[in-house]
Design a protein around this ligand. Structure first.
Ligand SMILES: Cc1cc2nc3c(=O)[nH]c(=O)nc-3n(C[C@H](O)[C@H](O)[C@H](O)COP(=O)(O)OP(=O)(O)OC[C@H]3O[C@@H](n4cnc5c(N)ncnc54)[C@H](O)[C@@H]3O)c2cc1C
Length: 463
């Protein structure tokens, strides 16, 4: 019996879908290259079936059957991944977690909430807001992604500088391992109980198991919000300003710095780099923080800008142009996020934007920072390249990625800040982890998933 027939027998036709429309809709995620191949040739084949489990027991049954038949199994959230973590083959069975969306429990005393992994991010946040609470995790894709996907890709939200990335917000993770067994990882607000096994699932990208439930640590909705914006004459000046703010101990949840090109997109007449901040928390803290960063800006020679720039950003922050518009102009474009310590970040910015700008046909090479730490920050590069022929598009796309990865690695940064590895960055994992780290990751995969059924070809570097 084929794996699809066995799944149909075990789960029934409402949970095992094989109609052409459903299969076509689940072939890949949001990675530009998959959209490019759909349009110009080389489209990913449809999976063998799409599974819509409604319980953890369903997921366990599916994983056991996949293991028994040695069939590739691909967990899917809402498909907003941007690095090629989801590409199906004709054998793949795709596990669509979007069918498991319950809010299992809310605990207002301990500020904990447990969701099924397929819960839509925006719906999760809105449910909590209705109770005066917030998750505080605002990826730009909040409406397009699941809480399980956040864990699987180690996601970052726009308010991360104060509230942390998903690894700082997660409390516990429930997952089905590739042998069908269920694990609950994380107990208590903190533990010194050996290695933190939640981190095996954080960033696992579907390769080490299926995340079925996620418990997050909530916050009370902030009492006060205030907005500030400043002009810095150079990126270096802006970086120094941000470094001073966080190293002194202030924590505006949103701190973003745009280079000149991106500043012009943010507000008309911008001639310099722009730093914007959202301050949130108890009223007294917000007032003190706004006074401190304003005084610091004055001392360091940055000019205060109207806070309407930040209001505008807040209103438009989740708008994204579709790939079709770009591909239709024989252009390739993408965003690439990396990180580096403070003393290297300007170098990474200069090297990567310059290197990409030298690619023939480059129409845009720019960056902003959006996640700040005591020891450094991220950069989020944007590139757009226009080609004469559709044949040259994929090569130009990979060339831009290669140049940003190389510039970052050469300057001592990390090649992936928050979108994950997928396929586009898999070859860079050896640079990131070193030979020893890559070997350790492969050993972990071999131990947990000896048959190699979970999302093959993604994240884990080849030997
Ligand atoms: C417009 C746009 C803006 C974005 N902005 C941000 C941002 O601000 N911050 C950020 O961090 N990311 C951002 N992303 C990237 C993306 O939204 C995140 O990576 C997100 O966490 C993916 O969630 P998903 O549910 O859509 O996962 P999918 O795309 O469905 O899957 C992503 C990967 O996770 C695996 N996976 C998904 N669910 C599970 C599960 N339950 N168990 C095991 N593995 C699973 C998949 O196999 C795949 O490898 C953005 C993407 C887009 C398109």
């Amino acid at each position: 019996m084929s794996s699809v027939a066995a799944l149909l027998e075990a789960l029934g036709p409402t949970k095992v879908l094989t109609d052409a429309e459903t299969l076509a809709s689940r072939r890949h995620d949001y990675w530009m290259v998959s959209h490019l191949r759909d349009r110009f040739g080389g489209a990913a084949p449809a999976p063998a079936c799409v599974l819509r489990p409604t319980s953890v027991a369903d997921v366990q049954a599916i994983v056991r059957l996949a293991a028994k038949h040695g069939t590739p199994l691909l967990p899917f959230g809402l498909g907003s991944g941007v690095v090629g973590g989801v590409i199906t083959g004709p054998e793949t069975i795709l596990l669509d977690m979007g069918s498991m969306t319950a809010t299992r429990s809310v605990d207002p005393v301990n500020l904990l909430v447990t969701f099924d992994a397929g819960k839509n991010g925006l719906e999760a946040e809105q449910d909590m807001a209705a109770q005066g609470l917030t998750i505080g995790h605002w990826p730009q894709s909040i409406a397009l992604s699941t809480v399980g996907g956040w864990i699987a890709t180690r996601a970052s939200g726009q308010f991360s500088t104060a509230y942390g990335n998903i690894e700082d917000i997660v409390y516990a993770i429930e997952a089905v391992l590739p042998d069908g067994s269920l694990v609950n990882l994380g107990k208590g607000p903190r533990a010194s109980a050996g290695p933190d096994l939640r981190h095996i699932m954080l960033g696992s990208e579907g390769t080490l198991g299926v995340i079925t439930g996620v418990t997050l640590s909530l916050r009370r909705a902030p009492e006060r919000q205030a907005l500030t914006a400043f002009a810095a004459k150079t990126m270096r000046e802006g970086f120094e300003f941000q470094r001073e703010i966080v190293q002194v101990g202030w924590r505006p949840p949103v701190m973003r710095q745009y280079d000149e090109r991106e500043s012009r997109r943010l507000h008309e007449d911008a001639a310099d780099c722009t730093v914007i901040m959202v301050h949130e928390g108890p009223a007294g803290l917000v007032e003190a923080e706004v006074a401190a960063v304003t005084a610091l800006a004055e001392r360091m020679g940055l000019k205060a800008l109207p806070d309407t720039i930040v209001t505008h950003w807040l209103g438009h922050r989740n708008h994204v142009a579709g790939w079709d518009q770009i591909l239709g102009r024989t252009m390739v474009a993408d965003t690439v996020e990396v990180s580096a310590p403070w003393d290297r970040i300007a170098e990474v910015y200069d090297a990567a934007t310059k290197s990409v700008s030298e690619i023939p046909g480059c129409r845009a090479s720019s960056a902003h920072s959006s996640h700040v730490y005591r020891s450094g920050l991220n950069l989020y590069f944007t590139f757009a390249i226009q080609l004469d022929s559709t044949d040259a598009m994929e090569a130009a796309y990979f060339e831009a990625w290669q140049r940003i990865m190389q510039a970052t690695a050469d300057c001592g940064g990390s090649v992936a800040h928050h979108h994950g590895i997928g396929r586009v960055r898999r070859d860079w994992m050896k640079t990131e982890l070193g030979e020893g780290g890559a070997r350790l990751l492969r050993s972990l995969k071999a131990a947990i998933d000896p048959k190699g059924i979970m999302n093959p070809g993604v994240m884990i570097p080849d030997a």
